[in-house]
Ligand binder design. Structure first.
Ligand code: NAD
Length: 346
């Protein structure tokens, strides 16, 4: 299935349920440079043998300015020019780096993505945000710029480690919570091994998530309002991820629990919702309890790029599928964090 979405900065072609070999038709090798990480290159180097390939180390630690600088020098050595297209083949780390680099190399070249992790497919590659970390500050430097295309080949997920499947499901559960409770229902009846063995159901789920994210992004590409709801679970989640070097999806799972507690405190959300979401998270091998230092998390939240003068916009739920943006004082955030931290001691 193929469709095109029109963003103010240009069109994005989505090739869903496709094959990586289609890249040859979409982006001829002599006009492109591929960027990937060493893991992905080990598995799929041969698939892209006709392309010039630059690799970065695998994992979050590659998302630095140093990597962007090194890649820029290598691009210059390859004589990449304004007409060269960069193609990020990998998880969210690779697509973030590629999108940012392409947006500034020679003041901007075009780029495309082949997301190879579940999280990349449903989230990181979609929506045009591309960022790198600066020290403890996640995605502190970044751009909003759409790729020309995103090519989905779910056969590439066959080599994805189990933990990365769970990471991806954290974001899928997030989509269910903020806008599409039907996703939660479907997830309740299945599990990871079901999706690993059912290509058709997996592709349907991924496509649903891509549509859900794009619906929000099309309404608010630059995150002046609505797009913030995609950060459900990410505010406390990012702080936990940075402090305790957690997997992104694990941190988001924990962050969603904190946001649900805050929703109970502030919007009188029924605790049954937290029980239901916790059940689904566990079904997809995600954590729902964690021991952490409340003061350290609060300290990091005070440095959050989303903070206002004396509060932070938190995404809360009024009901499953109904997210709202609420400014929470640091006292309100502390209260939710404390309840969550205490729950882990029981
Ligand atoms: N830009 C955005 O809108 C956005 C949204 C969500 C997340 N992100 C970012 O995405 C990153 C997380 O993405 P991620 O979870 O994909 O992490 P990742 O890119 O680090 O990939 C996770 C691991 O899986 C490996 N991998 C990827 N595809 C594989 C495959 N097919 N087979 C075997 N191994 C494979 C990678 O080498 C890596 O070791 C974070 O940096 C996060 O900030 C960005």
């Amino acid at each position: 299935m193929q469709f095109t979405l029109n963003f103010p900065g240009g069109n994005v072609d989505y090739y869903m349920n496709a094959s990586a070999s289609q890249l040859l038709q979409i982006a001829p090798p002599h006009t492109c440079v591929l960027i990937t990480d060493r893991n992905v290159n080990q598995f799929y180097g041969e698939t892209f043998a006709r392309y010039r390939v630059l690799t970065v180390k695998a994992g979050e630690r590659a998302k630095t300015w140093e990597t962007v600088q090194t890649l820029s020098s290598k691009l210059a050595e390859l004589e990449a020019h304004r007409g060269t297209m960069l193609i990020g083949v990998g998880g969210g780390v690779v697509t973030d780096i590629t999108g940012l680099l392409a947006s500034i190399y020679m003041r901007g070249v075009s780029f495309g993505f082949i997301p190879t992790s579940l999280l990349g497919m449903v989230d990181a590659a979609v929506g045009g945000k591309n960022g790198i970390n600066v020290g403890l500050h996640k995605n502190m430097l970044g751009t909003v710029n759409q790729p020309r295309f995103i090519l989905y080949d779910t056969a590439m997920l066959r080599t994805l480690p189990d933990v990365e499947w769970s990471n991806g499901f954290a974001e899928i559960i997030k989509y269910g919570c903020i806008g599409n409770p039907e996703i939660l229902q479907v997830l309740q009846s299945n599990n990871i091994s079901f999706y690993k063995n059912r290509t058709s159901e997996l592709n349907t789920l991924i496509t649903t998530c891509v549509h859900q994210k794009n619906q929000v992004v099309l309404a608010d590409e630059k995150e002046s309002g609505l797009r913030k709801i995609l950060n459900f679970g990410h505010t406390a989640g990012h702080a936990l991820e940075t402090l305790y070097e957690l997997h992104h999806g694990y941190a988001v799972a924990l962050g969603m629990m904190v946001a649900l507690i805050a929703s109970e405190n502030i919007l009188q959300l029924s605790p049954d919702v937290r029980t239901m979401v916790a059940g689904i998270l566990q079904q997809y091998n995600l954590p729902v309890k964690f021991q952490f230092d409340v003061d350290q998390v609060l300290h990091l939240l005070r440095l959050d790029k989303k903070r206002n003068e004396d509060n932070i916009d938190f995404i809360l739920l009024e009901a499953p599928g109904k997210a709202v943006i609420r400014p929470l004082s640091f006292d309100q955030i502390r209260e939710a964090l404390q309840i969550f931290a205490d729950a882990a001691k029981r």
